[in-house]
Design a protein around this ligand. Structure first.
Ligand code: UDP
Ligand code: MG
Length: 327
């Protein structure tokens, strides 16, 4: 159980969100004020906007808002580093000041009213609180099927992911300190955070339609996230490859014996179709499996370089602008 009302930092990743950002900031500011009035969070709680290299007016909106109202803080990436890194930056930069951090999308598709439940669980002593969506009714059919398939596949491949847990979650400063010790560049927070342990619980929330602008998660970004999720959390695909390779070796041996028998009988031309078919099959499998192994090698390559996961170009943090906070 916790006694002291926490200093809450709400982190929102923003990528080309000019259409809805102002409205979202209004809602979040209002929600924070209400929570403070109800004595659920400390007065000096904040909203941290991370501009993930937007090409539109997003940063102007953030800069203007934070100059008018000290509740709002801003970080501007030097370029687009992706949603996961934007969340990470917001969380890591907040961890010294905040008692707990909640991450939520800039479009506020996730219900902000669930914040009360998040804080309730925090007060009960949880260090990690996962937001789980009630249903996927607002998703387009394609997204629904791919998302469900993805979670099934992840489970099959041995990665410990809580299904339908969006990146709407609360972490205590203790959990954030632990997260800061994970140096990996290939970040898949949904898979990573459950491996950290800590006392955790879940909160259910409704998902709304996007009120403005288009989804910033293009198909390409979604595939990249899914692939990253699988390859950064599990090496099961590599084991699968060894198994398939073995199977094909046995098959090849059987076929070799059979064709030797055919050859002894003088039927050399027959079986050409099978040969070609197998050639294609094995060739295809070869390419596929090599490619998969390559993915892992590539990951290792990126990791050993130890490059920064994001670079902050500008920061508006507690009244000061352009403070150099790149760690
Ligand atoms: N986002 C980001 N960087 C990106 C893509 C998206 O920071 O490269 C942010 C985006 O601004 C939003 C959140 O990630 O706050 C989720 O994106 P979106 O709502 O477009 O995804 P969807 O809800 O369609 O899955
Ligand atoms: Mg969205």
């Amino acid at each position: 159980m916790r006694e002291k009302k926490p200093k809450l930092y709400i982190v929102i990743p923003c990528y080309n969100e000019e259409e809805i950002l102002e409205q979202s900031l209004d809602i979040l500011g209002e929600k924070l004020r209400r929570l403070a009035k109800e004595d659920k969070v400390a007065e000096d709680s904040r909203v941290v906007c991370v501009d993930d290299g937007s090409k539109d007016r997003t940063w102007d909106i953030i800069a203007k808002r934070s100059s008018e109202d000290k509740t709002f803080l801003g970080l501007k990436f030097s370029r687009n580093y992706g949603h996961q890194n934007a969340i990470l930056a917001g969380m890591l930069e907040s961890r010294k000041a905040a008692d707990c951090v909640v991450t939520i999308d800039a479009d506020l598709q996730q219900d902000v009213e669930a914040l009360d439940d998040f804080l309730g669980k925090y007060m009960e002593g949880c260090d990690v609180v996962y937001g789980i969506r009630n249903d996927r009714d607002t998703d387009k059919a394609g997204k629904k099927v791919t998302a469900e398939g993805f979670y099934k596949l992840m489970k099959l491949l041995g990665a410990d992911v809580i299904p339908n847990s969006a990146d709407y979650r609360l972490l205590s400063s203790k959990a954030l300190e632990a997260l800061a010790d994970y140096p990996e560049s290939n970040l898949f927070l949904r898979g990573l955070i459950p491996t950290m342990g800590f006392k955790s619980d879940v909160v259910y929330f409704d998902v709304k339609d996007r009120t403005g602008g288009k989804s910033k998660y293009t198909i390409g970004k979604m595939v990249a996230l899914a692939l990253n999720g699988i390859t950064s959390m599990s090496t099961r695909p590599l084991e699968l490859i060894v198994f398939i390779g073995l199977l094909f070796c046995v098959l090849a041996l059987v076929i070799f014996v059979l064709s030797m028998i055919d050859w002894a009988r003088g039927m050399v031309v027959q079986g050409w179709t099978t040969t070609v078919a197998l050639l294609c099959l094995i060739g295809g499998m070869n390419l596929l499996t090599n490619g998969l192994v390559g993915l892992y090698v590539g990951k290792a390559y990126i990791e050993v370089k130890h490059r920064p996961r994001y670079i902050i170009d500008q920061a508006i943090w507690d009244g000061s602008v352009n403070e150099d906070i790149n760690g």
